[in-house]
Ligand binder design. Structure first.
Ligand code: IPD
Ligand code: CA
Ligand code: CA
Length: 271
């Protein structure tokens, strides 16, 4: 398949930058000062330094692209997609894990072209695994082609999720959905980094993922990874493109409707 030349360059640059950012994250592991920017919402100097590094590098490589990144830094403009190419960055996804020395946590980079994600890279730092995808080009894990699982029944399915930890207003609805899923499946995990949850659905380790309240930087790259792995990603009403939906359901495709049915108690929750 012939790819847009910018997509190919962007993939190479993003993969390289994610690995280099991973070195910065490794340097800080075990020696970070943690600040709470909101209730249970942590930020460290590693998050800020990685974001500075990534945004500076992207600006050097692609001066006419815009960037949306999670951390608000005084000297950085953080913005809307005003250019046709727009990056969405999470410098460290899984900061709570990172500050406790618990894997996984990672760096997430996505490039959008005219509003559509075309490149996605997630680097799981402690596992040294790089997940990459270009739209239409398939999913790769450390350079090896990978796919979603073939699991066809909930009974055989392993599901991943993110527990609510900041906004508790809908905890009861969440626990009801979780109970239905625990009863129907082989089990549920909470690894602690949404981008990695999606990457692990994309390569077939998990069969499905659901969470509410996520931001675009948590999911932008991961959504493309799942799609390029052959899976499906929607909101809880099965509408595609849930980047801004604050509810996400990602599966191997086969289990999508069944899992969507189980998360019914959360259908109207956007936290
Ligand atoms: C968080 C992680 C976590 C999810 C949270 C996210 P952060 O990202 O992805 O798994 O449950 O909602 O905010 O804050 O560590 O970048
Ligand atoms: Ca995140
Ligand atoms: Ca983050």
């Amino acid at each position: 398949m012939d790819l847009h030349p910018t997509y190919e360059t962007a993939l190479e640059v993003a993969a390289q930058l994610a690995r280099e950012a991973g070195q910065i994250v490794r340097y800080y592991a075990g020696r970070v000062t943690v600040r709470e920017k909101g209730y249970n919402e942590l930020v460290t100097q590693a998050d800020e330094e990685v974001q500075r590094f990534l945004t500076e590098q992207i600006r050097q490589h692609f001066p006419d692209h815009t960037i949306l990144a999670e951390e608000v830094l005084p000297d950085q403009q953080n913005g809307k997609a005003t250019a046709s190419f727009h990056w969405i960055i999470d410098p460290i996804d899984g900061t709570t894990n990172f500050t406790h020395g618990v894997p996984p946590y990672g760096v997430s980079l996505a490039l959008q072209h005219e509003g559509r994600t075309v490149v996605g890279v997630v680097y799981d730092v402690p596992h040294d695994e790089l997940f990459t995808a270009v739209r239409g080009g398939g999913l790769y894990v450390n350079g090896v082609r990978a796919r979603v699982s073939q699991t066809a029944t909930l009974r055989e399915a392993l599901i991943t999720t993110g527990f609510p930890y900041r906004e508790m207003a809908h905890l009861d609805a969440y626990l009801e959905a979780l109970g239905r899923i625990i009863r129907a499946t082989r089990g549920v995990r909470r690894p602690g980094a949404a981008s990695v949850d999606l990457a692990w659905v994309a390569c077939g380790r998990f069969d499905g993922f659901f969470e509410t309240g996520l931001s675009p930087w948590d999911v932008a790259a991961g959504i493309l990874l799942v799609e390029e792995g052959g899976g499906r990603v929607t909101d809880f009403h099965q509408r595609p493109d849930p980047l801004f939906a604050r509810q996400i359901l990602a599966t191997n495709g086969r289990l999508h409707e069944a899992l969507c049915e189980l998360v019914a108690p959360l259908h109207h929750v956007y936290t």
